[in-house]
Design a protein around this ligand. Structure first.
Ligand code: FAD
Length: 464
């Protein structure tokens, strides 16, 4: 690891004066801490950038040190890819400007903005672009990996609404990437993660959404879970694209909508989103529970911004986390049975077996139209354990791996790069798109400066 003094980091470029922090500085400490508390890495240097020029200078500085670059957007990545031992971290949190053009229905977003800021600004105009379901997540990492959320079935992934990017490359150059300019780079940025450069600005298409939508959880007894999941699996296929429903096998939270004697019990939750009015939403969504009576219901009209942040309290910064994810074309009876069997043994009350519904507009796009390869997936299961004590790490990870191995027997190949807790997921995430990604990587980052990520190894041949 490159060793630099806390008080005098070896910065020669005056652009970066006062913005570079080495071990010992409080800014260094807060930047190196990311959402997943199991990640405890020590960068060579943290550079908190305020401008494109800062990012260009930081990239050049990393090259001069011979250190790889890591980029911190929202710091949410489960594998902690915002931070690497011995890397130069480019922290983009201050580059979080959101500028809405309500006439052209597009928004420009700084590379370090969070979904909370994006949604708050776009909703001032009754507009939105598809993001994720927890508002503290960074727009940067989420978009570059794909971006799955409540609007995906209606308007596609975040990348399907991504119009252009401003990117600082490994040689310090600033490029625009879009369908019209540097189209190969733009193709790669739509799913290929942070492999190709530092995106300092994203431009997205916007759609009329809300400001009121219908959203909320409906809770079912675990004894009814298999019956409800069977109906969910069948009926979700016919659901309007205005709606998106995720299922979660979990521990009941102390919500007012859940009777007190259910608090702390294992339950099935349907997290239901509908972009329309309540009457229509209830009518569209009611087949999903197969006629089973819920034990609690908090579904109803809410602002879109409230829906987008409803789950935030369950996913606060600083817990220890380990996840895996699996792709499914359908929820088979065997898979449902495996999932339900695992629930009584969930190792902590915060642990869960989450099933995300995909489909709809996500599947309208060809698997090779963007780097995101798995367009035919209808559901993604994401088992996750969350705990507090470092001493429990080995037991928690072992539990999750065992559960994940059982679920994998009922899955199709592939992974979502944003939900992978370990390195080395490029093969399964990019599948038939990997060879093209490697050629584009060879063109834009031949020395693999941007390798603190789910890495795509560069190859030299020019892209055809
Ligand atoms: C609680 C929680 C909820 C989530 N919910 C969803 C969800 O609903 N849908 C979904 O699709 N995903 C979701 N995710 C996964 C999320 O998309 C990924 O963790 C993503 O990597 C987070 O991006 P970030 O910018 O916050 O992370 P960071 O850790 O800062 O960055 C992640 C990766 O992206 C790169 N990166 C980030 N910004 C840039 C940039 N501007 N330029 C170049 N590279 C960049 C980094 O180098 C790093 O490799 C969730 C994650 C968490 C922890």
């Amino acid at each position: 690891m490159t060793s630099l003094s806390p008080s005098a980091p070896a910065i020669v470029d005056e652009t970066l004066g006062g913005k570079a922090f080495a071990a010992g500085a409080s800014a260094y400490e807060s930047s190196r801490q990311v959402w997943n508390a199991t990640i405890d890495r020590y960068p060579a240097l943290v550079i908190r950038c305020d401008s494109v020029e800062d990012v260009q200078a930081a990239v050049k500085h990393a090259v001069s040190l011979g250190a790889p670059v890591s980029v911190r957007g929202g710091g949410h990545n489960i594998a902690g890819t915002a931070v690497g031992d011995g890397a130069v971290m480019i922290d983009l949190s201050a580059m979080n400007k959101v500028e809405v053009d309500s006439v052209a229905k597009c928004v420009c977003v700084g590379g370090g903005a969070t979904l909370a800021k994006l949604d708050a600004e776009t909703q001032l105009h009754g507009l939105a672009t598809p993001g994720g379901v927890v508002s503290s997540t960074g727009v940067g990492g989420l978009t570059l990996g794909g971006g799955i959320g409540w609007l995906a079935r209606r308007h596609g992934l975040s990348i399907d609404n991504f119009v252009s990017a401003q990117v600082v490359l490994a040689d310090g150059r600033l490029l625009t990437a879009s369908e019209a300019e540097n189209a190969d780079l733009f193709w790669a940025l739509r799913g290929g993660g942070g492999n190709f450069g530092v995106v300092t600005r994203f431009e997205f298409r916007l759609h009329p959404v809300g400001p009121e939508v219908c959203f909320g959880p409906t809770f079912f007894a675990l004894s009814d879970a298999a019956e409800v999941l069977t109906a969910y699996a069948r009926e979700a296929e016919h659901l309007t694209r205005d709606a998106c429903v995720w299922a979660n096998l979990m521990t009941a939270p102390p919500f007012d909508a859940v009777p007190v004697h259910w608090h702390g019990q294992k339950v099935l939750t349907l997290l239901q989103f509908h972009a329309g009015q309540q009457e229509q939403a209830v009518s569209d969504l009611s087949p999903l529970n197969g006629g089973v009576t819920p034990i609690g219901n908090a579904f109803g009209p809410r602002s879109f911004v409230e829906a987008q942040s409803f789950l935030d309290p369950a996913y606060e910064f600083g817990a220890r986390n380990y996840w895996r994810s699996h792709n499914h074309l359908t929820l088979t009876p065997e898979l449902i049975s495996t999932l339900v069997d695992l629930v009584p043994d969930l190792p902590t009350p915060e642990s869960e077996l989450l099933i995300c519904q995909i489909g709809g507009a996500v599947g309208d796009v060809a698997h090779d139209a963007t780097a995101f390869a798995h367009r035919g997936v209808r559901f993604m299961s994401t088992p996750g354990v969350r705990w507090a004590e470092p001493g429990d790490d080995a037991a928690m990870i072992a539990w999750l791996r065992n559960a994940s191995d059982r679920i994998a027997e009922q899955a199709v190949p592939g992974a979502y790069v944003n939900f992978v807790a370990e390195d080395g997921a490029a093969d399964s995430a990019y599948a038939s798109n990997l060879a093209r990604l490697r050629r584009i990587k060879g063109r834009y980052d031949p020395n693999n400066l941007f390798r603190v990520n789910q890495n795509i190894e560069p190859i030299g041949a020019p892209d055809s």
